[in-house]
Design a protein around this ligand. Structure first.
Ligand code: NDP
Length: 321
């Protein structure tokens, strides 16, 4: 005899600030949310140290603690947090339709609404020395971690808008910012390039890549290499910021949800609605512009409210017993 398929009102995929905020609101609205945490429970914030820019924490809070507290808050109202990955989806086109989710490539569950909060992952160079010093001076978020390097010398890798924006941000805080760009030009918009070039304490190095990040426990310097001449040079720095782009974690929705050319889920107007009824997207999976914990949390709240309103207006088919 085949097992009955579990039917849930609201499934939240992903456990960053967007997911937990959606969970808090959905649980309080009696949507009985079940969250699947994904591979990295707590999301990107668990890879940072101190979070100083989330409102309500005057002394700051470390990322992992904040995520534990968000989980406790979501559970307090009845969210069920399950460790597991949603590995495949079959999203219905019908209003009131049932969405099928495969968990850990094995179990299938049904959901009346789905809130996507799968986030994005920062890209790294994947040099052994860079990976070893992640959390020891290597960061992928200048806005999160730049403040710890106040008055110090730092470096940033990348030539896109993010790198240019973060280099300008760091220049306001740090003593000197060395910006490493692998090509002979910046990809960033002209306005951002102008901003970078106007700041006296940013030293832009074109055709330059990292040979090795120096330091045992913490970043102490950088050996860079000019990819045209092969010339190597060492500089002393205490912080290294990697700003070479993010990858939204949206692969399982490809072909079913509308996305931009880089894989960010497209939402309708000011809402979190996707092109599938009952499927809502929040956080970094749909935002390549702001990517902050607080903005992710805001869209998580919106997704839960959108799901609640949707459920109030549709009739879902009876469960097959
Ligand atoms: P981008 O993909 O635009 O830029 C990535 C940068 O990193 C490029 O300069 C790229 O070099 C470089 N890079 C990639 N891989 C490596 C590597 N292995 N080693 C060294 N350098 C590397 O990413 P962004 O995050 O900057 O921007 C993403 C999108 O978000 C863009 O569309 C951007 O315009 C947008 N955005 C807009 C903002 C705004 O409007 N305020 C702010 C931030 C982002 P190369 O050029 O050689 O490929």
């Amino acid at each position: 005899m085949s097992e009955k398929i579990e039917r849930l009102k609201t499934v939240i995929i992903g456990s960053g600030p967007a997911g937990y905020t959606a969970a808090i609101y959905a649980a309080r609205a009696d949507l009985k949310p079940v969250m699947y945490t994904g591979m990295e429970p707590g999301g990107q914030l668990t890879t940072t140290t101190e979070v100083d820019n989330f409102p309500g924490y005057p002394e700051g809070i470390d990322g992992p603690t904040m995520m534990v507290q968000l989980q406790q808050q979501a559970e307090r109202f009845g969210t069920e947090v399950r460790i597991g990955m949603v590995t495949a989806v079959e999203l219905s086109d019908e209003t009131g339709g049932i969405h099928k989710l495969t968990i850990d490539s094995d179990k299938v569950i049904e959901a009346e609404t789905v809130i996507i909060s799968t986030g994005a992952s920062a890209k790294y160079l994947n040099l052994p020395s860079e990976q070893r010093l992640r959390g020891g001076g290597v960061s992928a978020c200048a806005v999160c971690d730049g403040f710890f390097y106040k008055g110090q010398d730092v470096a940033i890798v990348g030539g896109g808008d993010t790198a240019a924006e973060e280099a300008s941000y760091l220049a306001n805080i740090c003593n000197k910012v060395t910006m490493l760009i692998r090509k002979d030009h910046m990809r960033a918009s002209k306005a951002m390039q102008h901003r970078v070039n106007s700041l006296k304490n940013i030293d832009v190095r074109y055709n330059t890549e990292i040979d090795e990040v120096l330091g045992d426990q913490v970043v102490e310097g950088l050996r860079m290499v000019n990819n045209q001449t092969g010339r190597k040079e060492e500089i002393a720095i205490t912080g290294l910021f990697i700003a070479i782009g993010h990858t939204p974690n949206t692969g399982i929705f490809k072909g079913q949800l509308d996305m931009d050319e880089t894989g960010y889920i497209l939402t309708k107007g000011k809402s979190t609605k996707t092109n599938k009824p009952g499927v809502f997207a929040s956080g970094d999976a749909q935002d390549k512009e702001y990517r902050q914990a607080v903005t992710a949390a805001g869209t998580g709240c919106m997704a839960a409210l959108d799901a609640e309103r949707y459920l109030a207006t549709v009739e879902t088919p009876e469960e097959v017993v």
